[in-house]
Design a protein around this ligand. Structure first.
Ligand SMILES: Nc1nc2c(ncn2[C@@H]2O[C@H](COP(=O)(O)OP(=O)(O)O)[C@@H](O)[C@H]2O)c(=O)[nH]1
Ligand SMILES: [Mg+2]
Length: 271
């Protein structure tokens, strides 16, 4: 009897109730921040889900001139670019996951936002680094990418997919050099997704992040906005985060919108 009573008293004293005086204000702040981040991911994912095919172009001058903010998706063949685009947009075949890597030499544009009032574009750029591609095609790739990344006025962000097991290749670094001046002055933001992270164990993931960070360190200036994240389409790792980042680039006001202020904005103006 006594023993059980003592035992229960001890249990009670060593297990504070979750909303007792021991629960710290910082926990509430953290919970609020987590809830806001989750809400922002939800808004971002419903926005990316609106993506639909707009047009395709094999040269820069065939792309529509537009004022809409444009985010480009780049990466070497087989890096998981098509899968990442399909996962981010929650669509099965938006970006055709090609069985013949290196064949698609076109820039495919997708439109996002309301049907009659698109508010951003995604550009799926040709994959590169496929060994069987002839020298002529490689030079053409170089020109298309360099022109696009250096000149496309509406470009506001680049999402670079890098296979987390391989890290940056020479061609990835070359591609970054095309856009480095615009990243350095903050005109274009960069998010590197280390893809297929489900194939790494924890130590390998840490190492992949560290070596990618070392490469990206060269790009970083006071103005630069450069992010890096592990990404797995298979395990859905980093999907919501990536969507939030891209949404924040393209539509900063909508992305940051708290539900209450959203309701206020949606309200009818006073007569
Ligand atoms: N395990 C795993 N495999 C993936 C993931 N994403 C893509 N892949 C595989 O990687 C290969 C290349 O993907 P794909 O999206 O076509 O690459 P792309 O050439 O860059 O467009 C395919 O066999 C995919 O199934 C992932 O998150 N996890
Ligand atoms: Mg592809």
């Amino acid at each position: 009897m006594t023993a059980l009573g003592d035992f229960m008293a001890e249990q009670n004293s060593s297990k504070p109730s979750p909303i007792g005086p021991t629960s710290k204000p910082v926990d509430a702040v953290k919970a609020l921040a987590a809830a806001e981040a989750a809400a922002a991911e939800k808004r971002a994912l419903s926005w990316t889900h609106t993506a639909r095919f707009l047009t395709t172009a094999s040269q820069l001058d065939q792309l529509p001139a537009t004022e809409l903010p444009e985010v480009a998706f780049v990466g070497r063949s087989n890096a998981g670019k098509s899968t990442a685009i399909n996962t981010l947009t929650q669509q099965k075949r938006l970006a055709f996951a090609s069985k013949t890597p290196g064949r698609t030499q076109h820039i495919n544009l997708f439109e996002l936002g309301p049907k009659l009032a698109a508010n951003a574009l995604f550009a799926d750029l040709p994959g590169y680094g496929y060994a069987a591609v002839a020298r002529g095609a490689k030079l053409r790739w170089q020109k298309v990418m360099a022109d696009y990344l250096a000149v496309r006025r509406s470009l506001i962000g680049v999402v670079l997919m890098v296979d987390s097991r391989l890290g940056f290749t020479d061609l990835d670094q070359q591609l970054l050099s095309f856009v480095a001046p615009r990243i350095g002055n903050g005109a274009v933001k960069l998010l590197v997704l280390l893809t297929k992270s489900d194939k790494l164990n924890r130590a390998e993931a840490t190492a992949a992040l560290a070596s990618a960070q070392a490469v990206l360190g060269e790009l970083v200036t006071d103005e630069a906005d450069v992010g890096i994240a592990l990404f797995s389409a298979l395990k859905k790792q980093g999907v919501g985060d990536a969507a939030s980042v891209i949404h924040g680039w393209a539509l900063p006001v909508a992305a940051a919108d708290a539900p209450s202020s959203g309701a206020a904005l949606a309200a009818e103006p006073a007569p």
